[in-house]
Design a protein around this ligand. Sequence first.
Ligand SMILES: [Fe+2]
Ligand SMILES: [Fe+2]
Ligand SMILES: [Fe+2]
Length: 417
Amino acid sequence: MAVEYITSRNLVDLIYETVRLMNKSMAHHGMRVSYIMSKMLETEGTYEKYEIADFMVLALLHDIGAIKTDDVRKPLTYEAKNPMQHSVYGYLFLRYLSPLEEQSKMILYHHMDYSKTKDMDYKYSFEMEVLKVAEIIDIWQRSFGAKFDYRLLEKYSGTKFDPRVCELLAKTIQKHDLIAQLRDNSYRQEYGKNVEFVLLSDTEKEKYLKMLMYCTGLKEEQTVSETVATIYVCRELCRKLKMSELDKNEVYYSAMLHDIGMLAMPTELLNAPRAFSDEEKNLIKTHVEIMEKTLENKLSKEIIRIAAGHHERFDGTGYPRGLKAGVMGKKEAILQISEQVVNAMEAKPYREAHTKEDIVEELNNGIITGKYDGIVTDTFLKHYDEIMDKAKQKAEIALVTHQKLLRNYNQVYANLA
Ligand SMILES: [Fe+2]
Ligand SMILES: [Fe+2]
Ligand SMILES: [Fe+2]
């Protein structure tokens, strides 16, 4: 499967589901802000439906930086008291790792007063002001409950908010029963209809899928570097095994998204500097089924199947299903070996990195006991240095942007603070 088989709608749903794995209330907030923004732009009257839909995707992701910079369980802290950190990180994340490079500045300033942004020369200034209002409407309507009155906003017209946008909001609320729809969740249906208009090119789809992989780094850096390394070890191994283009592609996307279920794990656990208890190990094991559920009906069954097999072993000792050789093939074996080797090479808080000798011994034993697929493992061992050197080089190049993001964060934050 190549990206052209994923529909734009499925990809937007996958983005939503991924944010939901990280934090449910952030995902709901994103969806509501996305909806409010779409209704406001619709009321404004000069936007095409597909243009509105693009901003809806951005709105869905507007707080994503908070996963990295703040305790996401405390939205009032990052949304009201100290909003700069998540704004900066979210901006850089989208600028470097998504197709929303041009629109990403909207995220940088989404908590900044209109009095400070009004003279800015930026292509999306107006939409940025709309995002600010859409976001505050959702925060206020939830905090004030039944007492909420959108006219509260007028007090800040010209200072915190753009007067044109305050007017637009009043018009939108008069036309559509926005607040009531948000309260009884009926907005969801229309949100669904509006995102149908998202139209992504293949390049954008590819970038979004990669972005979802980079989301794992919002919780724990090592998952990203290991996933990227796994992708390239898989790729080199596929080449040596002369896999077809289709097979290579399927292995590629399954390698990219195989650990996305880790996003549902508590950050404290992922970063705990110790070995895990049995209970914690069992919790972590659920990341496979979570990934399957998240990707279900959005990516091809084959990709999900390969990804779901990354902790299975050919002798039936793996998880979650304890599958055996007869029901698994080369593609699963490629991902299993690659993931296993990359994981072994990394130092963990509870053990040192394995040496090449350790790894070779483990794989050789695995061939004898039937734990690993013989042909794939043999091919890997025969070309060990070549595969690992090439994969290392390519992974380093691929991770440059991600590292640039981490470096720039401190700089941009210092400049704005
Ligand atoms: Fe927000
Ligand atoms: Fe925010
Ligand atoms: Fe995993």
